[in-house]
Design a protein around this ligand. Structure first.
Ligand SMILES: [Zn+2]
Length: 196
């Protein structure tokens, strides 16, 4: 009797993704593309949505206020509904919004941001804590603050350099104060010497 052996197919281990991450990456990209532009509507939308945390536990008045604050930002977008054929869907088509001004990607990013807020993951969008960078990132863990290892290292090394500078300054300051004191004492002595 042949022994049946089950072949386990080894598949390349896919890189681990975190809940909401795939959806957020497009949004992060769009935010970073607009990093240096004056128009900050997308950024404003994300910030307003982030202010919705604990929304359901807020009193009704506060809920209304927060929602109207978001709507004020959203009012800047003008769009029309549009149906598109979609073979991946059972019904064969999907609803989209098309921007009247042309920037569909920004509108898509806004809709993605709303979905992310609905899924409770909007707080994972953060701006890099390296003040020279400020790029957006999707934080896999609550304590993640930097967009890259490079930014993290740079931030900590400048932080270290900063501490070193402060230490040196305190030491030099102490030294020069001592020298000044010594100098004025000597000057007094010379003055006295002259006076003799
Ligand atoms: Zn960074």
């Amino acid at each position: 009797m042949a022994i049946k052996t089950r072949r386990v197919q080894k598949t390349a281990r896919a890189e681990r993704t975190y809940r909401g991450e795939t959806e957020a990456l497009f949004l992060v990209n769009e935010l970073n593309k607009r990093l240096r532009t004056a128009r900050g509507t997308l950024r404003e939308t994300v910030h307003a949505l982030q202010a919705l945390s604990e929304y359901q536990s807020l009193p009704l008045g506060e809920q209304r206020l927060k929602i109207s604050r978001i709507n004020k930002v959203l009012q800047q977008y003008h769009a029309r509904p549009l149906l598109r054929g979609d073979r991946r869907r059972k019904d064969g088509f999907r609803l989209e919004w098309q921007s009247n001004e042309g920037d569909d990607l920004e509108l898509l990013a806004v809709l993605r941001a709303v979905e992310l807020a609905q899924g409770g993951r909007i707080a994972s969008l953060k701006e890099c804590s390296n003040p020279d960078c400020k790029r957006w990132l999707f934080a896999r863990f609550a304590h993640q603050r930097f967009c890259s290892e490079a930014c993290k290292e740079l931030f900590h090394s400048t932080d270290e350099a900063d501490k070193e500078r402060r230490r040196n300054w305190a030491r030099d300051n102490y030294k020069s104060r001592k020298e000044l004191e010594l100098g004025s004492r000597k000057a007094i002595q010379t003055e006295r010497g002259k006076g003799k």
